[in-house]
Design a protein around this ligand. Structure first.
Ligand code: DC
Length: 202
């Protein structure tokens, strides 16, 4: 079974998707980490996506065998990730890899385009949103940065992530849109787990 969780930056996708996967005993797939790994590689002059080996080992992200879990979370790599994600050849290569990963078992996959592009047939599709100010506040708390700086950065990433011709940053047909503004993480996780339970029993 596949649970697809999409939505803009700072909507709480990573925390929620990880917790939903744990609650269900599914494997968590962070597709944003794959774009981030490609971005890091590009800053090192490695531009050929097909030649990169991106693997997950529990919570670790490995790029050509190196643990890059922390370095891919820096603001510079966040920015570069949304640039490389605009390259159709990068998207094509990563979407193919993601399809083959989620075909291997029960997954909670999180990103921008899981339900629209990677797996439109996912059994459960959730589009997580939150008010922009709340998204900036959450991301700033996570990174220890100033909320106003983060708000400006999120806005420019949202614009780039939804720019011309991109199939990202919109809810897929049949997706359940969940506005998490003012909701606790636990409430969001419980709501999604309940939704999965309904899908499993129908
Ligand atoms: O979710 P994130 O912040 O880790 O994503 C990093 C960048 O990758 C972000 O700018 C959007 C892009 N991305 C994407 O285009 N498609 C995905 N499935 C996941 C992330």
């Amino acid at each position: 079974m596949l649970v697809a969780i999409d939505g803009p930056a700072g909507a709480g996708k990573s925390t929620v998707a990880r917790a939903v996967a744990r609650a269900l005993g599914f494997t968590y797939l962070d597709t944003g980490a794959m774009y981030r790994a490609v971005a890091l590689a590009s800053t090192r002059g490695l531009d050929e996506v097909e030649a990169l080996d991106i693997q997950f080992d529990g919570d670790l992200v490995l790029l050509n065998g190196e643990d890059v879990s922390s370095i891919i979370r820096t603001p510079a790599i966040s920015d570069q990730a949304s640039v490389v994600a605009n390259d159709p050849s990068v998207r094509e290569a990563l979407v193919a890899q993601q399809r083959s990963i989620v075909a291997r078992g029960d997954f909670v996959a999180e990103g921008r385009d899981i339900a629209t592009v990677v797996a439109p047939d996912a059994e459960v599709k959730v589009y997580l949103t939150a008010h922009p100010a709340e998204r900036a506040r959450r991301r700033a708390a996570e990174l220890g940065l100033d909320p106003e700086d983060v708000a400006a950065e999120l806005l420019s990433r949202d614009e780039r992530d939804s720019s011309h011709g991109r199939t990202t940053l919109r809810a897929a047909p049949g997706a359940w849109e969940l506005d998490t503004t003012g909701m606790s993480i636990d409430d969001v996780v419980d709501a999604i787990v309940a939704r999965v339970g309904e899908a499993q029993s129908s």
